[in-house]
Design a protein around this ligand. Structure first.
Ligand SMILES: [Zn+2]
Length: 260
């Protein structure tokens, strides 16, 4: 189906309220990376205007909750119909400078997952190097600011390693190390973990166990899918927001038809 048609059908389904039928016992975890006007069209970026449109869409049609709230509901097997969690991966500086401002304006919660060795560094990961983009990361003060302002902060390994490849002690060091560093920097341990790259094969069963053993209470992927009240907290699916979506209504239409 053409994207434009999906966007139009999405608009009709949401405006009419029909979409609610598709979200019985179904929650969405949305994934963003970067909100930066200079990188319009970049696969992991959206502009501030696009981000605002998504925030308004989420606020209007969903019950936006913190990741902890969703986890608590899953723990009790409670209904998660129409719930939505906003998350960010990697630790880009615009998360604080742009995204957090828009979220606060609407009193929307969000969880920011950071690769701890990227924070305060000038590291340029391969996906930015390929496009000649200089990555701008948050400092530890920035991450603390997010936390102090009430946002959740989660771990995303130390060096953004592929946990489908890195194994054994090296993997444990990356997983545990990110948890320990966040604990030191924020003064409190985080229960949240999302694995880098996020496709199904990018975490081994053994490494998923290592995430649990490190003391985290969840493990989030990034290849699409939704969450039901019976969902496994260590296999939580997220839908990445990308320029492929012509509008939040197209995103919403795809999510309507998605099953975990
Ligand atoms: Zn990442």
């Amino acid at each position: 189906m053409k994207r434009r048609l999906k966007a139009l059908l999405g608009l009709l389904c949401y405006r009419s309220g029909l979409y609610r039928l598709f979200f019985r016992d179904k929650a969405i975890i949305a994934l963003f990376h970067r909100v930066d006007d200079r990188l319009a069209g970049n696969p992991i970026s959206c502009t501030a205007a696009e981000f605002r449109a998504f925030c308004d869409f989420f606020d209007r049609y969903f019950r936006v909750v913190s990741l902890q709230t969703l986890l608590s509901k899953l723990g009790r097997g409670e209904d998660v119909s129409g719930h939505l969690v906003i998350t960010f991966d990697d630790g880009y500086r615009d998360n604080l400078e742009t995204a957090a401002v828009e979220l606060e304006r609407r009193r929307l919660p969000a969880c920011f997952f950071v690769a701890t060795e990227f924070i305060g560094s000038s590291r340029v990961p391969p996906w930015d190097a390929e496009l000649g983009i200089a990555s701008r990361w948050m400092s530890w003060d920035d991450v603390r600011t997010l936390s102090e302002r009430g946002f959740e902060v989660g771990a995303h390994t130390m060096n953004h390693v592929d946990l489908g490849v890195v194994q054994g002690d090296d993997a444990v060091r990356e997983i545990m190390g990110s948890r320990r560093r966040l604990g030191q920097e924020l003064g409190a341990e985080t229960p949240f973990f999302s694995y880098p790259f996020g496709r199904p094969h990018q975490i081994t069963p053994g490494n998923r166990v290592a995430v649990r053993e490190a003391g985290f209470s969840c493990c989030l992927s990034a290849y699409g899918g939704t969450v039901s009240s019976q969902g496994d907290p260590f296999d939580l699916k997220r839908i990445p927001v990308s320029p492929w979506f012509l509008s939040p209504y197209q995103f919403g239409f795809e999510a309507m038809l998605t099953r975990d």
